[in-house]
Write a protein that binds this ligand. Structure first.
Ligand code: ZN
Length: 69
């Protein structure tokens, strides 16, 4: 099973390679992670970068976690 983010308004999805729990964590703590990223200047896991990019693109939209086989 693969998990991803889906924007309910744009009907676009992203599938960062990680677990459902981590996707949920990132969605809830995006601003904290963004701050950490500002300090370390990159180098975080690629799923974090991919997830953040999607969340930023859909800022203020309704993002749900979806699954696919
Ligand atoms: Zn959107």
């Amino acid at each position: 099973m693969q998990y991803g983010y889906q924007c309910e308004e744009c009907e676009q999805a992203a599938w960062p390679a990680t677990t459902r729990a981590e996707l949920s964590w990132l969605r809830n703590r995006r601003h904290v992670v963004r701050e950490v990223l500002g300090h370390v200047g990159g180098g975080l896991d690629s799923w974090i970068m991919e997830g953040l990019a999607f969340l930023d693109d859909h800022d203020g939209h309704s993002i749900v976690i979806v699954e696919r086989r």
